[in-house]
Design a binder for this molecule. Structure first.
Ligand SMILES: Cc1cc2nc3c(=O)[nH]c(=O)nc-3n(C[C@H](O)[C@H](O)[C@H](O)COP(=O)(O)OP(=O)(O)OC[C@H]3O[C@@H](n4cnc5c(N)ncnc54)[C@H](O)[C@@H]3O)c2cc1C
Length: 516
């Protein structure tokens, strides 16, 4: 046995995974008198919230917008507690998303809702009714901030009553827009420009509820979903520092293979008592929190022993993980200052279609980081193209390293061909190219089938509470994107906080959370 054991009277917690959820759980554990040790298989913190350097360019793999970047969201307080925003400059760009179309002007999702409404009415005056329904819904949601500081598992009857009362003015809008999908909304539109633009957002997101678009637009208007200059790594390093400053430990290159379980005696349930690493070492702890991939945790680290039908259901088709990505990063020797600055990407049409990753594509989406000089050498720009990809195809290709590399190179070539249609002359300025596949995500972060954000958000899964414990196992909790459908950074911080609140309650302690 080594490390992580309880010293004196302080309870020890072994946390599996040093992504944002694991680091945040560790911070809250330390603030509350527990001894947290994070076991991370990679040599870096961050999990999928990461970035890598290539030839002086930074390929950022996460933050486009951070809910809680500004004080209008309850998440702001949580990010401050874990020190995530320290020293960072947040930018709230005017354009959240841009969908360019073939024969009509681009649809721009402006941050400012009044401007968005005027723009939509110009594009499709005949659609005034659905447009006003949409923009009024955005305005309505700017008046609501979801309480996130308390674990829902600890809600009292009074908390539930207060929550219900807060929801009353929003209830009908919430129920309506949760059911209406982007596809349903697109069908209602008559104007060719709007039909094309909303149609362009379909595909994987056919079943995506409009609420999943309305809420981020409300947060944009509230200036609480901005972008931290420098991208994901400075944000993650801030949380890592906070954990270390609080006295927590992080062990890198420490892959957990098994969660140690002691059988219950005299009718008591089994108990998680530590972790075993792939090098065979065992590390005892009073509590185990897994912030790693859900499937691996439940079915590999615990051998499926504590998975009843309800636990198995999502993994057996009851829920859908986010489709994994083919992620092409390019370093461009040009400031690209003629391209609009857009926080969540520009979707543009391809004519003729371009075959990328085995499919003829009529549209592509690019992130042009011309608003973040930290990601490229002076006067140059990082461009990223994200494409939903077929996990099984890339998994099979990986078996043959020569073909795998050739397919990656081909994908980069085709992406550059496609970009030439939108930015003529770009090919000659490409001085760095980098391709990550679904297998890359799986290999570096352990996420099931390379999913980059856990469970896809649908009308059914939106707001769904998933259990953070497993039946028949005490001393064990799960946090992060696999217990919060829709994933993202916000539940990474809140689930960590909530589990430590539950621990404090069980141990008869008052939960404290301090800002550094
Ligand atoms: C391209 C992209 C864009 C995104 N954009 C946004 C955005 O704009 N806003 C937003 O809020 N979210 C965004 N996200 C999603 C967000 O990054 C994730 O939902 C969030 O970071 C998940 O954090 P996590 O800690 O739950 O999981 P992970 O990041 O997956 O962390 C799990 C950790 O566990 C480790 N691990 C796994 N198995 C083991 C093991 N056996 N032993 C030890 N360690 C193990 C992994 O290495 C990893 O570090 C984006 C993600 C991607 C990929």
């Amino acid at each position: 046995m080594a490390g992580g054991e309880a010293s004196g009277t302080r309870k020890s917690i072994a946390i599996i995974g040093g992504g944002v959820a694991g680091l945040c759980a560790g911070c809250y554990a330390q603030m509350n008198g527990y001894e947290a040790t994070v076991y991370e298989m990679h040599s870096l913190p961050g999990g999928v919230c990461t970035a890598w350097k290539r030839n002086g360019y930074t390929v950022d793999s996460c933050i486009h917008w951070l809910l809680g970047s500004g004080p209008a969201s309850g998440f702001h307080k949580l990010w401050r507690e874990v020190g995530a925003l320290r020293g960072l400059t947040i930018v709230d760009l005017d354009e959240f998303m841009r969908v360019e179309c073939k024969g009509s002007p681009a649809l721009v999702f402006y941050r400012d809702v009044d401007r968005l409404e005027r723009h939509l009415l110009e594009l499709g005056p005949e659609d005034a009714k659905p447009i006003r329904e949409l923009t009024n819904a955005i305005r309505k949601f700017t008046r609501f901030d979801m309480p996130v500081d308390k674990a829902p598992e600890l809600y009292t009857v009074w908390d539930k009553f207060l929550m219900g009362a807060r929801m009353v003015p929003l209830g009908p809008a919430f129920m309506k827009w949760r059911k209406v999908t982007v596809a349903d909304f697109a069908k209602r539109l008559k104007s060719p420009a709007l039909r094309e633009a909303f149609g362009a957002m379909l595909g994987e997101f056919d079943s995506f509820p409009m609420l999943g678009l309305i809420m981020p637009l409300a947060w944009q208007e509230m200036k609480t979903a901005g972008y931290p200059l420098g991208g994901s790594m400075p944000f993650v390093r801030n949380i890592e520092k906070r954990l270390l400053d609080l006295g927590g430990q992080i062990r890198y290159s420490s892959r957990v293979s098994q969660i140690l379980v002691e059988e219950g005696v005299g009718g008591s349930v089994a108990r998680a008592v530590g972790v075993r690493l792939v090098d065979g070492t065992e590390h005892r702890a009073d509590v185990v929190i897994s912030a790693a991939d859900g499937r691996t945790t439940i079915f590999d680290m615990l051998g499926g022993r504590f998975a009843d039908d309800a636990v198995r259901k999502p993994y057996e088709g009851g829920m859908t993980p986010f489709s994994p990505l083919l992620y092409v990063g390019l370093g461009i020797a040009d400031p690209l200052d003629g391209i609009p600055q857009v926080g969540s990407g520009i979707s543009f049409p391809l004519d003729p279609k371009v075959e990328i990753d085995g499919k003829a594509r009529d549209r592509l989406s690019m992130m042009v980081y011309n608003f973040d000089p930290a990601l490229a050498p002076a006067g140059k720009t990082t461009v990223i193209v994200m494409i939903s990809a077929d996990y099984d195809r890339w998994k099979a290709l990986r078996e043959d390293p020569v073909r795998y590399r050739a397919e990656k190179e081909l994908a980069a070539e085709r992406v550059i061909d496609a970009l030439e249609q939108r930015i003529p002359g770009i090919r000659a300025k490409v001085e760095m190219r980098d391709v990550a596949t679904p297998v890359t995500w799986e290999r570096y972060t352990g996420n099931w089938r390379g999913s980059y954000e856990g469970w896809l958000m649908t009308g059914q899964s939106l707001g769904k509470q998933m259990s953070k414990t497993l039946p028949g196992l005490s001393g064990f909790y799960m946090v992060g994107q696999w217990v919060a459908p829709g994933g993202g950074l916000p539940p990474a911080v809140s689930t960590g906080r909530h589990v430590v609140q539950i621990l404090c309650k069980n141990d008869g302690r008052r939960f404290v959370a301090l800002e550094p």
